[in-house]
Design a protein around this ligand. Sequence first.
Ligand SMILES: [Zn+2]
Length: 480
Amino acid sequence: MEKNSKGRKKYRLRKKTLLACVLAAGLIFIAGRICFRAGGNDGRAKTGLAGAGMSFPVPQEADGPQEDAQDRARQEVLEQAERMAASYDYDGAIALLTAAEGYETDSGMQERAAAYGAVKETCVPVSMEEVTHVFYHSLVVDPDRAFSGQDTDPQAAGNNQWMTTIREFEKITQEMYDRGYVIVGIHDLIEETTDENGNTVYSPARIMLPPGKRAYVLSQDDLSYYHCYDNYGFASRMVLDENGKPICEYIEEDGTHVRGAYDVVPLLDAFIEEHPDASYRGAKGLIALTGYNGILGYRTDDSYLDVNGNINEDKKNWLAEHPDFDIEQERAGAKQVADAMKAGGWEFASHTWGHIRIGEVGLERLMYDTQKWRENVEPIVGPTDAIVFAHGQDLGEWGDYEESNAKYRYLREQGYRVFCNVDSNLYRTWFGRDYLRQGRRNLDGLRIYFNAIGEQDNIGDLFDAGTVLDPDRPPVQRVK
Ligand SMILES: [Zn+2]
């Protein structure tokens, strides 16, 4: 990341009204359990300059294999540069072109580089105060399986409140793209510098986008495919396709296993592949993981080894159905997927190992939980400095965390610097001295439904809820 000598700079956001606090508190209350039962193209940019009518000389007719190879190499450089420029990395695209063989005498490449430079000049800085953060849970593949019986089945009622369907996700993603929204990585927001005393200082980074574009961060929580999701019409785990790209496995009602884009990761990957200008420099989302049921649909947690111990019915049943369970195989499978996701621009965060209520647990429980995450999840997804609190809870009031807050001090010692909660405000970003806090907006059944029927009005900046609402979603019940 580019360094500068800017002094410490904080974004003091608008003072919150009492109403906002009440809404946030309500969310903290309602953003509860995810399990509701008892217990536990060809790759070429289609947009950007190519779409803006730019052209470059057609390669000259080749005379032989050597010329062929040169033309191919040239074409590849041009395509790669086009893709970088489409995702707003104009400097990278120009550097690639100017370093290419023959650039000095290639007027086509030179024109291209000059055009990228011209577009870069038109870019304007993103206001960090206006970077919204949206989040999802695992997407509903089959609304019928997910929601039916909601009057008597708390899991179905919960699914209807907290989950988004694939159709809704696709419409939201398209509509936000059409409105100029561009995904940025949460770490793209941060400029890290060192002050005169050698201390790390965070300040808002400078993200430059063409006029009319708006940046947003996306996250997905609980990408574990918990046992409680079984038979409710969600994907069952992440796997790799024949090209090594992450996709999902889904078990049909009749038990047939199929593979495809049944959740956020492969759907967004495909969207950005087709629309590289939907993402700032290839950024994707932040995946927040617990550990207690494993991750990504793999039963990676050491609790599954404790067959005679204190494990719950879900795990006992699963183990009984999987006599060949091999934790090392599960961990290897999960790691393959995690590696492919990271290579594709996804980042990982802790969601706490046990989906704990950070505001309510004692320090000892937090320490135990953090160690469990470190032992069971970190070896698979790698270290992270981001923690996305479960149940929408937080460590303290909005603003700077108190240094006297023991749980905050402990999480800092453990290396956490990015802290996210849940919040109804359009934008909620706070730069602490050397950490970042961000509130996130749930794009789920509750939010979409109550906006669609006109009982809430807090999503219109992103999309029109009426057109997004899945016709197969039954009325969402209010959280009691
Ligand atoms: Zn969660």
